[in-house]
Every structure is written in C-alpha cells, then in structure tokens.
Design a protein. Structure first.
Length: 613
C-alpha cells in the first residue's frame, strides 16, 4: 500500500492504461515517485472485452507499483462523456447552481436522473460561461467497478481533456497567444483551445485506431498485425518527395498512414471555425501535440505542413520534480503521454484550474456516510451521557419541558394569523411562477427555431443545392437496437397548404403511455400524452457540379463542424455513437432523378427536444 500522503493517478485510455504515484514536497510541489503503463487491444471487434482487459491492466499496474488499497484519482477518455460549453445570463452567484442544473437538463441528451454530471465555471472576461460534463451512470459504474476490483479505492473521477488542461496550466502558465493542444488518442483526439484564462474542448473521432484500421484494410491483414506494422515500420509521409529515398514497402505504408490522418487537419479546421464563430475565440497561433498517436514518426511535421503553424510536443514534466529511482531522461520520450497523470496529481495537492468530479453512486453514498460518521459518534456519546444522568434529571426536565411547551403554544397561537397569510402568499407565488415558466419556455422554444434555421442557412449556403422541405418529426430514432432507421412522424399535416384559414396545420399526434401492470395492447383507457419534436427532416435538390453528389455531404459536414442546435451522437447498445452520413443522409446520384435536379433527404436529430404547444 502506498504512503497515505501519496497521490495515485490513473489514466484509463482506449488503448493505453498508465499509472503514476506522486508525493508532495515541503513547498507543496509534485514529486514523481513511480510510473508505469500497459497497453490493451484497440481492435473495434474486441470492444466487448475492453472492460475486462482494462481491469487486468489496472490490477497489474497496482501490483507493480505497490499501491493496493490506495485511493486513486482516475481520468476517463473524452469519448466516454458528453461535454457542452454553455453561456449563462448575467445572474448573481447564488443563482448559478439552479441555473446550471436547468441548462444541464436542456443540453444533456439523456434523462438527468440517469447520468452523473458535474460542471465548472470558465473564466471568460466577456460573459459567464460554464462547461457541463456528463456520463451515463451505468457506464461510469462499470468503469469504477473495474478500478475497485483491481485493488484500488476511488478518490475522484476526472475526464481526460480537463486533466491534461490542468497539466498545461501548471507547465505553461497563461500564454499570450491562443494555443491549440491536440491530444491524439487511440479512438479520438481531444482538441483544446487555450486562450488567456479561458478554454474550449471538443473530441473528434480520429485517432491511432483509425490509422491501424486503414492499414488493415489496405493490406488485407488482421487489426493486430496492422498495429504491429504501424509500430515497427510506420511513419507519416510528407510532401515534396519525402518517401522517395525509402524502401518501396515502407513508402507505401507511410502513404497509407498519411491518407488516414488527412481527416484530422480537416476536423481541426472545422472546430476552429466553430470556436471562432460560436464562442468568439481566436484562431490558434501555436500548436502543441500530445497523446500516444503523436508518437508516430513525422506526425509533428505532417501537422505543421497541413496547418501552416509552429508545432511542438507537449512537455508537462516541467511542472514536477523526480524522486529517487526515477529515470528522468528515460521519461522524456514519454512526456507527451503523461499530461493526464500530472493533471490528476495536481488535483491531489489542490493546484488544478478545473475540478470536475464525476462521482459514482457507490462513492457518493460512501462520502455521505463518512460525513455523517462524526455526528453519529457524537450522538452515541451524548446518548450514553444522557442515559447516565437521566434518572436524576427526569423530574426537573419534565417540569421545564412543560413550561416551555406552554410558552411555545402561546407563541404559536399569536403567530397563527401570520401563518395563514404567508401560506396564501406562497400559493400565489407558486401560481405566478407556473404562469411565468410557461411563457419563458414558449419564448425559449420560439427563439430556438430561429437559431436553428440560422445554423442551417449558414451551413447550406450553396448555388447548386436548395432546400424545398423542412419538416419537424416526433419519435425519430436513427439507430434503435431492434431495427435501424425509424423515420418518425411528421408534426405538419401533409395537406397543410390547403388547410382553411384559422385551422391548425399541426398533425394530431398522441403518444401512448404504457400503464403498469397491464398488457401493451391498445385499450379504450390507454393513456396518451403530447409528443415532443426530436428531429427535423430536410428535403431538396442538387444540380450537377464538379463535386457531384458529394456537395451535399460537404454541406452536412459544415453542420457537424458547428453542432449547436443538432446532435450527431445517438445512444446504441448503452453507449453514445457518432452518426454516420449514410445513417441520416439519402442522396440520389446521377441517373437516379429528373434532369433539372437530383433529390436528397437529411434527418437531423435535435440537441434538445421541443414541446408541441
């Protein structure tokens, strides 16, 4: 077991599990005492066994670093959580908690009682801004069980982007220019924009596993064989005849890797545009790369070539010192992969800038019990003292109690008229609040449609594509577990253009509510409720052009780059998966439609549901 004053940090990535033990110096700085890591298979075909592999890897690290039964601070990958940056209206600080809870209910794409979430205020000099982080409770419990079953207790649960941000602040301070920190992981890459005292982060689904999959597909080999080839012979091909002097097979492999990584600069450009347009940020002037994916030779030069900005490796080791027995020179080659661990270590000494803590249910209960423990001990002591003196004080206490009861009764009677008046005012306040909430909700939904149309208009500005139909849907589910592609039902009547004046154009849609203890078959007494809009369907046409039908895909990609009103994540098999273009886009190719234009159809799930009023 580690020293009780030590901080055990654990980073749970998709392919790499790493652990570090930190001590604290007399001046409060971090001292690295020990460090180790293990790799697990990143093959998508083995996702079902990922938790068991993670459990074994953590158990091995726990044994080697001799930290069994210690409390660990661990970070989970950015792809496992839902992260949203929200601007708040100018309110007093005592209203922040209530307002953020309301915003979480609006933005988190799950019922709020099914998730574990936390938030942190962002230091924005212009307006109040908050980052909300959420994860499904059952997914967090699964990860936490793997940690606890490996011999560790849970101190705090952080997320990778926030942990690496804390390490950046400790190592680089507050840079004068805007910095983009790219953490290239196995399945995703976390993009962190750091500007002054504020920051913004987004995860994109490009990482080392995508490179390995591209190699496996190109050469027709298994994923593990492709991974070995990438590690042994892989590098990123650069422009200007970089591979001309290489062996032909190595040059071909480098070209495949370059093609697989080309999507990353595109995602960075889209996210930068979104950060600038929606969050008022500035374009980055300097890039720092981190994570296991950055270890591939010439990754730095490739990003420098594509983004035309200076690029350097992340070095969080400058924020710590090293204990005896730690080979500092050997660790320099892995420094860019240790950001999360150092960020977690800073949490242990209270020197972190962002403090997200996703508390599993079992840990929340344990913390509550621990807080009650001193009170229970004190209550037990008082009980024993009371029992000892009860016999001698019973008569005196009874007399005093009677006198106090009489006095309290008189006071109660004198205050009764005020009580009735207060209750009446409270009821009136409650009624007024309900009326006000109805109006504010309606206005918020009204404004939401204008903002949604603006976002679509911004993305779909093209002289060869036009939209002919914009249709709200209820009951839409892009990838349900039993069948794929449920189209939902339209909110608007099919014949709305011929509806008489003064008649509603909305379709009469009711959703059946199952009754407990009864069969699911329909009955006269079956309850219904008003539905909510959860998607829109856009139809239109595209003209022949040099890009052919991909011009529609390009417009959809612009929406992906600024996902504010829409979401491209959907629940499937208890996990959030990113929707592919082919799951929400239907587009006719040349020869499938009339000569004047070819049709397309896009289903776009909304970031939050809208009630039909």
């Amino acid at each position: 077991m580690a020293d009780s004053n030590a901080t055990v940090a654990l980073n749970i990535g998709s392919q790499r599990i790493s652990m570090a033990v930190f001590d604290t110096s007399k001046n409060g700085s971090l001292i690295l005492k020990s460090y180790d890591s293990e790799s697990i298979a990143a093959d998508p075909a083995l996702d079902a066994a990922r938790i068991s592999q993670t459990r074994v890897a953590i158990a091995n690290l726990t044994q080697r670093l001799k930290v069994s039964k210690s409390k660990a601070r661990y970070a989970i990958s950015g792809q496992s959580v839902f992260t949203r940056f929200v601007k708040l209206p100018p309110l007093q600080d005592d209203n922040i908690e209530q307002l953020v809870t309301f915003e979480a209910q609006q933005h988190v794409p799950f019922p709020i009682d099914e998730v574990v979430w936390d938030y942190e205020l962002i230091d924005n000099p212009v307006e109040k801004e908050v980052v909300i982080v959420a994860i499904k409770a059952d997914a967090l419990d699964e990860i936490n069980d793997a940690v606890n079953e490996s011999g560790l207790a849970t101190a705090e649960v952080d997320v990778s982007p926030m942990a690496i941000y804390n390490a950046f602040r400790a190592s680089y301070g507050e840079p004068a220019e805007t910095v983009l920190l790219i953490d290239i992981g196995a399945k995703t890459s976390n993009l962190l924009y750091i500007e002054g005292k504020r920051f913004f982060t987004r995860s994109v689904s490009v990482g080392g596993a995508a490179v390995t999959s591209a190699i496996a597909k190109e050469y027709g080999v298994a994923f593990n064989d492709a991974e070995q080839q990438k590690v042994a012979n892989g590098m990123v091909a650069l422009g200007g005849g970089h591979t001309a002097q290489l062996d032909e097979s190595v040059a071909a492999l480098a070209g495949t890797i370059r093609n697989a990584l080309t999507r990353l600069p595109s995602e960075i450009t889209r996210t930068t545009n979104y950060y600038r347009s929606q969050h008022g940020g500035s374009a980055p002037q300097r890039i720092i790369i981190a994570g296991g994916g950055a270890s591939l030779p010439y990754t730095l030069e490739f990003l420098q070539e594509k983004l035309n900005l200076p690029v350097e490796f992340f070095n969080p080791l400058q924020a710590i010192s090293f204990g005896k027995g730690v080979n500092a020179e050997a660790l320099k080659g892995e420094a860019h992969q240790m950001g999360e661990l150092i960020g977690l270590g800073l949490r242990g000494v209270g020197k972190s800038s962002i403090n997200i803590d996703l508390v599993p249910a079992v840990i929340e209960k344990a913390r509550a019990d621990q807080k009650r423990k001193p009170f229970l001990i004190g209550a037990a002591a008082l009980l024993l003292l009371g029992v000892g003196g009860w016999a001698g004080m019973q008569h005196l206490a009874a007399n005093k109690a009677e006198e106090k009861a009489n006095a309290m009764k008189e006071t109660q009677e004198s205050l009764e008229p005020y009580n009735n008046s207060i209750n009446s005012l409270l009821k009136k306040e409650d009624d007024l609040r309900k009326i006000a909430t109805t109006y504010t909700d309606a206005e918020r939904d009204h404004t939401y449609w204008y903002q949604l149309l603006t976002e679509v208009e911004t993305a779909f500005g093209s002289d060869v594509v036009w939209v002919t139909d914009f249709e709200p849907l209820v009951g839409y589910n892009p990838i349900p577990e039993d069948t794929r592609g449920v189209n939902g039902r339209s909110v608007v009547k099919p014949d709305f253009v011929s509806v008489p004046y003064g008649t509603s154009c909305l379709a009469d849609i009711q959703v059946e509510v199952p009754t407990k203890g009864k069969s699911k078959s329909k009955s006269r007494n079956q309850k219904t409720e008003a539905p909510t809009i959860n998607a829109i369907r856009m139809r239109g046409f595209w003209l022949e052009n040099p890009k052919s039908q991909t011009v529609v895909s390009d417009l959809l990609a612009r929406l992906r780059a600024q996902p504010d009103k829409f979401t491209f994540m959907a629940p499937f098999n208890k996990e959030m998966v990113e929707l592919k273009d082919e799951e929400i886009l239907k587009v006719a190719v040349t020869g499938e439609g009339p000569e004047f234009g070819l049709p397309f159809e896009i289903d776009l799930p909304l970031a939050r549901k809208i009630a039909i009023k």
